[in-house]
Design a protein around this ligand. Structure first.
Ligand SMILES: [Zn+2]
Length: 329
């Protein structure tokens, strides 16, 4: 069980007040950027409302009552979580939810149906869900979680009470990283995760995971090698580590080149605190204009990846590194 998510005090107060005043909406839409804890908070809320000894002041369930224990085991029949299978929430999933589960509370408290990434509801699943939301039932609450509400049909959105979540503060992201079950040993990497997170715990975790850090190390070996001898061929062995250019690869490049920009302009704290020397070298090498070109090349690569297109690695490296390098002019 993950640690309680910190922050979002206003949202917690709104939700707690609704329970106390018996004014819970039949359906909520939790929105706000990815990785700030929307789904975690939806689950925590469901757990709190069904807890036998709830602490609304601290937004904390007791963890020992029957409902809490069942929820920790993922077996609480009153707290259902629906997630996309193969990138879509299918009609059959919603049908199964409506057929096999009693949609009233088993323990005579509240029934929660949490639909994660609700924007992935398939065209066929939407009408079924809509019909159910439209027939409000006492003490049954739908929570739709979606970073981008534009992905939801208006007919669904308009039936939900929207709760908007802002980014976490960097201190909150740091607290979260420090409390991880498998802690990150290197203080520089924690600092990197915090600064690169943009207030998103998911982003921080993604870029400080063990596998991802191997990739980061490979990219830096390459950046070092490229600085020294300029020839991409000579770093071929390193490139093997990331034959597919993924969003994570572009994130690493982007945070590095932004660091170079920060040093160049003397503004802002760099993210790659452990690579300050190399950041400075590149800042000295590259004119501002070239740095800007590199950043826009990275953005272009990222937008291609977001459309699920495969990128040619050599082309990307050529665009990001070689084109921007004044020594090749
Ligand atoms: Zn409890």
């Amino acid at each position: 069980m993950q640690k309680n998510i910190t922050g979002h005090d206003k949202q917690k107060r709104i939700l707690s007040a609704a329970v106390k005043n018996n004014k819970l909406a039949h359906a909520y839409l939790f929105t706000g950027r990815d990785g700030v804890g929307k789904k975690t908070l939806a689950l925590e809320f469901a757990r709190l409302v069904n807890c036998e000894n709830p602490d609304y002041q601290n937004f904390r369930a007791c963890a020992v009552c029957v409902s809490c224990v069942k929820q920790t085991q993922g077996l609480n029949p009153d707290i259902l979580l629906v997630q996309a299978e193969k990138n879509s929430i299918k009609r059959e999933q919603i049908a199964e939810l409506l057929n096999s589960n009693s949609l009233s509370s088993i323990f005579n408290k509240y029934k929660f149906v949490i639909i994660d990434e609700a924007g992935k509801l398939s065209r066929e699943a939407v009408p079924m869900l809509l019909k159910t939301i439209e027939e409000p039932l006492e003490r049954r609450v739908f929570i739709l979680v979606e970073a981008n509400p534009a992905l939801l049909l208006n007919t669904i959105r308009s039936r939900c009470q929207t709760v908007k979540f802002g980014p976490l503060t960097l201190a909150q992201v740091k607290e979260f990283l420090l409390a991880k079950e498998e802690p990150i040993e290197d203080a520089n990497i924690i600092e990197y995760g915090v600064r690169v997170s943009d207030g998103s715990v998911a982003k921080a975790l993604e870029l400080t995971g063990v596998k991802a850090l191997e990739l980061r190390a490979a990219i830096f070996t390459m950046l070092e090698a490229y600085y020294k001898n300029r020839l991409l061929l000579e770093v071929k062995a390193v490139k093997k580590n990331f034959e597919n250019v993924t969003a994570v690869v572009t994130d690493y490049f982007s945070s590095f080149i932004y660091d170079v920009l920060k040093v160049k302009t003397g503004q802002g704290l760099i993210c790659n605190v452990d690579k300050e020397e190399l950041v400075k070298k590149y800042a000295q090498l590259l004119p501002l204009e070239n740095i800007m070109t590199m950043l826009s090349e990275i953005d272009a690569s990222r937008s291609v990846i977001s459309r699920n297109r495969i990128l040619n690695q050599d082309l990307v490296l050529n665009n990001i590194l070689v084109k921007g390098d004044i020594r090749n002019g």
